[in-house]
Write a protein that binds this ligand. Structure first.
Ligand SMILES: [Zn+2]
Ligand SMILES: [Zn+2]
Length: 93
């Protein structure tokens, strides 16, 4: 218990002791999707551009989270403006 945060798993290849560092998201790929630095030399060579480093993926998710936060605060502002307009409308009647 008490485990929190992001943890890297070990490579699925039996002869590899390295942690997983990259993810392949190529749709035609039949190799292991989660790879360590050793795997990089063996797999995904023909579609190397579809392999993402997990570190950059974490950054990508954080960026998306920030975007969502911004969107939510925009929506809140919008709702406040709506409420103000509505109050003005009611008090004007
Ligand atoms: Zn490996
Ligand atoms: Zn692949």
């Amino acid at each position: 218990m008490g485990q929190s945060g992001y943890q890297l798993k070990k490579c699925q290849q039996e002869d590899h002791n390295e942690q997983i560092e990259t993810i392949c998201y190529n749709q035609q790929c039949t190799d292991f999707r989660l790879n360590c630095s050793k795997c990089e030399e063996r797999f995904h060579q023909d579609h190397y551009n579809d392999v993402l480093r997990i570190n950059s993926l974490v950054g990508f998710i954080k960026d998306k989270n920030t975007e969502c936060q911004n969107l939510i605060s925009d929506l809140k502002t919008f709702v406040e403006i709506m409420n103000q307009s509505f109050s003005q409308l009611i008090s004007g009647i």
